[in-house]
Design a protein around this ligand. Sequence first.
Ligand SMILES: Cc1cc2nc3c(=O)[nH]c(=O)nc-3n(C[C@H](O)[C@H](O)[C@H](O)COP(=O)(O)OP(=O)(O)OC[C@H]3O[C@@H](n4cnc5c(N)ncnc54)[C@H](O)[C@@H]3O)c2cc1C
Length: 464
Amino acid sequence: MGHIAVIGGGAAGAAVFGALLRRDDDAVVHWITGRATAGRGVAYATNDDSHLLNVRASSMGLYADQDEDFAQHALRGGTNIRSTDFLPRRIFGDFIEAQVRKRMEAAEQSGRRYKVHATEAMRIDPQVGGYDVLLADGTALHVEAIVLAIGALAPRPLRTVSADALASGAYELDPWSLSQRSRAPRRLIVIGTGLTAVDTLLSASTRWPDAELMAVSRHGLLPFVHPVLPASPFPRQASINASLLACGGTAPMLREIRNALRDTPDVDWRSLIDGMRPINASLWRGLTQSQRRQFLRHARWIWEASRHRVAPGSADTIQQLRDEGRLQVHAARVLGVDGHGPLDVTVRARSSQVLTTLQADLVVQATGLDTAVAFTEHALLSQLIQDGLAMADPLQLGISACPDGRLINKHGDVQPGLYAIGSLLRGNLWECTAMPEIRAAAHALAATLIEDRAQTDVSSTAMA
Ligand SMILES: Cc1cc2nc3c(=O)[nH]c(=O)nc-3n(C[C@H](O)[C@H](O)[C@H](O)COP(=O)(O)OP(=O)(O)OC[C@H]3O[C@@H](n4cnc5c(N)ncnc54)[C@H](O)[C@@H]3O)c2cc1C
């Protein structure tokens, strides 16, 4: 018998925990969830039903070997939906909780042992045959293997935000905490125009119907919209994917995509982007560091908007806000945020290079995932980096790891028994943040962990 620890109480942690409980093995599985409701994490803890999934119900799920279909689960809740709909994220959070509960009940019946720790993991220290994990409640666990499923890092303020602005209370780093603010702003500026910005604007528009809303990002591009019904698969997707894999560079890849779209004008471009999903990680891994840097600098903004699209319902509301003049979207670079509240936000417009200073009672930073572990204040991650058990990705996209999630230590070697899943693996896989990828990775990771244990057992028996 041994012990395995899964650290992180979001959807990825839930998926790995549940996948391990399903495996026939006698290891005790510890799930260290932090203090928030286990399973929901950042994305599915929202109570605001204007926050929609950006994946259709039929493609959402927690486990690769599903206990229950998410769309069926939602239907049973009495909701009038179709499996192709984009449902409120809260409903998926309910689903995660129900699915994990089921696996725990089944584990109890079969004598499979587990323990849920509603606290944070603070340190990991290597010991003979595994690691000691120290929890914030003082518990120390000795485990053979650990999965880090800690999601994205807490956002750091942009460098252009002054200390006064940060201390003023009018600069919000956590877009999900707007409901805790009681005073309505006259003008709210959101920095960022991605999916998080869209959710922030939707919440703000209902909470503060008289507020003037503004969103600013370098390209001023909101996410593209999903079609209401799934588009048909792109013709020749397999051969296009094969050509993309043979490209070796971002510029030829973009050319290949553009040519394919030009040659097939009657087909929805979104189906080509969706059809690349199975090869995105391989495409990324095929790029050199300098090609990856080039992609981040020149193509990331358009890729993110095309790949991570918004649900039609959310897009309609955003369009309505723009039509009513309540929302303005600007392509501009934020050069400074200063003041004691209201704040002065100085921007340089993309088209004219003209500097403008706007006043806002509330500025919300919604600039997307932070994966720069070298600068993080996350206690556990900083300790792992400091002790050399993990290494920052050279482009600050999480930590260095093998494609299967094994961590690479500061010597460039695989750190035995230490794994990661989700956003921390961005540098290695690029796209490993959405449920379709996470559930597949969790399934594979559970299999790897159990195989590793079996091999360790064989070697120790042979040594004896
Ligand atoms: C707003 C938003 C909307 C999204 N919408 C979708 C969608 O519609 N469909 C989709 O497929 N994907 C969506 N995603 C992608 C989403 O990232 C994944 O679906 C999934 O939620 C990621 O879960 P996670 O567990 O990796 O990360 P998180 O949700 O960030 O969870 C990590 C958890 O680990 C905890 N933790 C951190 N450190 C420790 C520690 N030391 N000890 C214990 N616990 C710790 C954190 O507190 C957190 O609860 C969305 C993401 C966001 C942010």
